[in-house]
Design a binder for this molecule. Sequence first.
Ligand code: PNW
Length: 478
Amino acid sequence: SDASGLPPIPAERPPFFLGVATAAPQIEGAVAEDGRSRSIWDTWAAAHPENDSPNVTDDFYHRYAEDIRIMQTYGIKHFRFSVAWTRVIPDGNGSTNAAGLGFYSRLVDALLAAGIEPVVTLYHWDLPQVLQDRYGGFLNEQIVADFTHYATVVFEALGSRVTYWSTFNEPATFCVSGYGSGWHAPSLRDQQGEQGYVWECHNNVLRAHASAVREFRRLVPNGKIGMNLAVQWSEPRSDSEADRAAAERHMEFELAVWSDPVYRGDWPASVKERNPRGLMTITPELAAALRGSFDMYMLNFYTAKYVYYLSGGWGMAGQGVIDAADTFNATNGASIGPETASSWFKEVPWAFRKQLKWVSDRYNRPVMWVTENGVAVPDSANELLPGVLNDTYRINFYRDYMQAAMAAISQDNVDIQGYFCWSLLDNWEWTSGFKERFGLVYVDYANNQARHPKQSLAWLSRWFGLSSGAAQVSTQSI
Ligand code: PNW
């Protein structure tokens, strides 16, 4: 390490831009302000009072100017945030709420004035509760028209100032966890044992995406759009043909089930073979509408698991019930990677490189953006308060994952142009509340949401050549 005590800056600088990512329900707070209605996650939080609350969280709604100054100080030029449907159209499909929309308009203006490119996600899991109550949310095809209307309102308001967009963040997560396992809002469980709800959600998300992109091409002709897809790499647990095929099938059920319809006009063969109750149909019209609807492949990546063939059995894979199962442990018991603060997340930079190549090869080398990657530091890393700002664990994590992406570019012919850290700020981490801190900036919830940039932000800024390191890291204890 250098004089600062931090890991040395690698000689080679990453060839992609550095951005930071956030999501409305995790940072905004101000849940009852300016006409915002309740989202399904507000309902979830109210039903889980033991979990921390998103009601205030980072208070980004009032403090965004300060957060923009932090990004400016460290030379960050791409900011990914999401728009809350509940602010823009509180009744879900009724009239536009000018006050709610005005917040995003001011935010975009402030970002542009600071030289920061806004990257807008339209839906990061915060469905208006009224739409869940009215017709079952993503289980009802009415969501296609309502999402398209909402998207159109936002395209019209921000499209002349915002170039980069995503329709949905991680539909696999909200369809499987929201309508399959019940672990996420709106806490529904599939009733038929065949993930029927999840497939209905899946179908409706693809239709809503296609329909919104059609409006986007008309309203924002020079814009770029996609969808943020998340996957965990599937590493075969053994070299056997059965395990390798199971791992491939697992990845097709998790990831290709979303992007094959866009790039290939159909679901993967492995998925069609196991088509539960004929739930999946892609009409020629839908295939045509999906074609070309990703201007870049936006991947959220964190972790991996071992996959093995489950002889005669049925395991869960993505949204399918298939003859494969997954585990963090090899047959000899060894973990697939070091622990992090999140139970679902082991550190696997080698798997990131494989995943990037898998996507690039399958879809004929699309432009790729990594739209989320990051880590919450485990207690065992011994970086508890006040040393939490001195997050060498996170620095090493980003160095290793980014170098894996650099290897994918230089050795595997992958075209990665941007890389967004999850997240700019510590935030409300869904079912984990404030216990897992993914931020490059520490948020002191006990002291008026005060912001304290962590060492990782300064270190990344220096590695990417975005600030001289003049952006000094605070040494105060908090
Ligand atoms: C993301 N996986 O979810 C979400 O987009 C963020 O809102 C969240 O805060 C962040 O991860 C950290 O948890 C994930 O399959 C969904 O590995 C799925 C996976 C990872 C993250």
